[in-house]
Design a protein around this ligand. Sequence first.
Ligand code: BTN
Length: 268
Amino acid sequence: MEFNRQLLVDRLKAEYKHQDLPFSLHIFNTLSSTNQTLWQLMRQGEKPGCVVIATQQTAGRGQWGRQWQSSAGGLYMSMAIDPKLEATSSYQLTLASAWGITAQLRKCGLPVGIKWPNDLVLNGRKLGGILTETKVNQGQITQAVIGVGINWENQVPSTGINLKLWQNSQNYQIIDHLEMLTSKVLLGINSGIECLQAEGISILLSQYLDVLTNMGDQVYVNNLLGTVVGVTQEGNLRLKMTNDNPKAPIIPEICCQPGTISLGYPQA
Ligand code: BTN
């Protein structure tokens, strides 16, 4: 399966009208990981805006040290950015990218949402994910890579969904090729990061919450039942606790860090 560079460039030119494209595109067939190759290119002097795309990956990296299955037919790409943020705020890059990509896909009419913190979801299933990696010096992020994997026509696990098949089942093709999806994702990352830098985390977070699919979900933490009521400015999940034991101390709300609880997906 070949990736058509010209098709992507044409789509990006249409989006950016007469402006110069803010990306330098590096397109490969098989790579270990687009994040890994992008870091190598940056060590060789590539700048923010550098983008690596692969048609498949042999060692795709997921969140929390997991593997990301990356067979042919999916979108695997990474973009270098220059975020000017403190290291403690790196989670903001993931929230901003997830929101930006979701907003672009929704603008096209696709009912995509976000599952906290970084999953793109469609029809209750995982459509894609984001892995942000950073280099830090004296508490400041000096370089960052946003890696995105989206299921296009690759095989997916039972909790996943691929966009091409789902569109077929709806009898429409809003996004009709992988290169168009790629242009939407590039635009989405850029617009999400721009929104974060121009407006700050409060505004970004309120837009993120508008497309969060977990609001009202119920989840157990240490045998206590909580209901998802939001996400804090620090990127933690807010749970309003059900206090049904009159003898237990009342805990009104708790906050969970990413990676400490799983909101899960229904099995197919
Ligand atoms: C997740 O676990 O949900 C995040 C998955 C991110 C996968 C993408 S695929 C392109 C880029 N390169 C990688 O090695 N990982 C990210």
